[in-house]
Design a protein around this ligand. Structure first.
Ligand SMILES: [Zn+2]
Length: 382
């Protein structure tokens, strides 16, 4: 067993209708003027104004910024930071999927300490406390509401940079299953498989501990039993609850155990070809599962049984079977089978492999991985 430490340095509020508590929570946080960071669709759907209304009721002033794209850029963070400072707001309400939450965390750093988010790239470079934040996820999910990461795309380098600091963990997370019940099937599939991969990669990570393994296993159980039903029908309340909680537990797990080759390799795919994060991960998953199968020490059987409709016994199981189970799951969820079909070009593989090797997740992957291995893995996933 590795030595380990953990903390969950925030309050997490879970339940149907819990969005209504954002007013009281803002008061607890001593907030007087909220800055809502969200996405354009949520603004159109009236979710942003709903949150604003709840805040007005407790006499909190509200401004918002919703001009956020998928795979959000350094420029977007700069714009949002300027808007935050000009508004005079004293805390942030991050409302949305991974992109608004990543931007909100970056704004919370840059608004406090200045410069550009690129100055804080890497591990533990945020000097101290950031602007207070309440995170409200509307997808299940990135787990970003509880993680210590913000991932931002730097278009100058075609590179997805990661800021990793425990200061980035939002003060409060509100998990209201009603908020994820309006997501389109394709978003539910991409975010759902991403959440599952957070659980899976943290589970087999070299940095896993008994604490993170417990979180990962519960996440795989919840997501495994509900992902198909949720993608088929987002209004299925029990499935929505499972997905949101699964995403939460997976987020806590990977904040402490990190991830692996799937995430190391998916970030360059998204940076070069603007493929949604969950889709890139889903496509890479079977290839990496096959690669890591030679390092399996018994965890693959459990993962297989969490995700499969028909469980198998230890006697009938071989680690290689997991990659096939993932391929089957991708097909059921409508995730493409290979990188070529989402526009990835063979001639970019070397550049992508170089970028993948810069990720801290390579070190956490259960099987030792060199640059040449990554090149082969990308080729295999094409
Ligand atoms: Zn992810």
């Amino acid at each position: 067993m590795n030595d380990f430490t953990f903390s969950i340095p925030q309050k997490v509020i879970v339940g149907k209708g819990s969005l209504e508590k954002v007013g009281q929570i803002s008061i607890n946080l001593n907030g007087k003027h909220a800055f809502i960071i969200s996405g354009p669709n949520l603004e159109k759907m009236g979710v942003v104004s709903k949150v604003a209304r709840i805040l007005y009721e407790v006499s909190i002033e509200v401004d918002f910024f919703t001009d956020i794209e998928a795979n959000p850029s350094v420029t977007t963070v700069d714009k949002a930071t300027r808007a935050f400072i000009e508004s005079g707001a004293d805390y942030i309400v991050a409302l949305g999927g991974g992109s608004p939450l990543d931007v909100a965390k970056a704004v919370a750093v840059v608004a406090k300490y200045g410069g550009s988010i690129t100055d804080y790239e890497g591990a533990h470079r945020v000097p101290g406390k950031v602007v207070p934040m309440i995170a409200i996820p509307t997808t299940a999910g990135t787990g970003s509401e509880v993680t210590a990461f913000s991932v931002i795309t730097d278009h100058i380098r075609d590179y997805k940079l990661t800021v990793f600091s425990y200061e980035l963990i939002p003060d409060y997370a509100i998990l209201d299953p009603e908020l994820i019940m309006t997501s389109p099937a394709s978003v539910a599939a991409a975010c759902g498989i991403d959440a599952f991969i957070h659980a899976e990669e943290s589970y087999i990570s070299r940095d896993a501990s008994p604490f993170t393994e417990a979180m990962s296993e519960k996440a795989m159980e919840l997501i495994g039993r509900s992902i198909r039903q949720f993608v088929a029908n987002r209004e299925n309340e029990a499935a929505a609850e499972d997905m949101l909680l699964g995403s939460l537990f997976a987020g806590i797990a990977f904040s402490w155990a990190r991830l692996g080759n799937v995430h190391a390799m998916s970030h360059p795919v998204s940076a070069y070809f603007d493929v949604p994060h969950g889709v890139a991960n889903g496509i890479l998953l079977p290839t990496i599962a096959k690669y890591n199968s030679t390092s399996d020490e018994g965890k693959y059987l459990k993962i297989y049984n969490y995700i499969s409709v028909e469980p198998v016994t230890k006697e009938r199981f071989k680690p290689e079977m997991l990659a096939d189970a993932f391929r089957k799951l991708n097909a059921e969820l409508g995730i493409p089978a290979n990188l070529a079909s989402v526009g990835v070009k063979e001639e970019y593989i070397k550049a992508m492999a170089e970028d993948a090797m810069k990720s801290g997740n390579i070190m956490a992957n259960p099987r030792k991985t060199e640059y040449e291995d990554i090149v082969e893995l990308y080729k295999d996933a094409m």
